[in-house]
Design a protein around this ligand. Sequence first.
Ligand SMILES: [Zn+2]
Length: 134
Amino acid sequence: MRPLTDRDSEQWWERTAAGEFVVQRCDSCGTLRFPARAYCHRCRTRGWRWWPVAPAGHVESWIVSHQPFLPGATEPYVVVMVRLTDAAECVMYGNWRGARQPVAGEPVRACLTTVGEGVTLVDWAPADDGGGTG
Ligand SMILES: [Zn+2]
């Protein structure tokens, strides 16, 4: 189940597979954006570059899917929508990796998960999960 890619998002997948966590940054106005687009939605400029941001955010909402989307998966799984800490205009969707249900507004960290074929997915786990600052 390789995610569909285009020319811009292809680079994003390559960087994610390399362990980088980036969004696009407009060369003209500095707006951060994700997912990858050819133009800035603010100023319509074409120029942009990849911009590293902290792999962290807050849960904005989530869905529980009961569709057997993955072969062999029978359990319902949770997909969270995360607003990035360093890029408040950007939201990412990913599989929830917590042992419990997410809580609205809770801090989370990205977990880069390689699923094979050079594809790395961004999953999300509670920020305090697994040896935090506790
Ligand atoms: Zn711009």
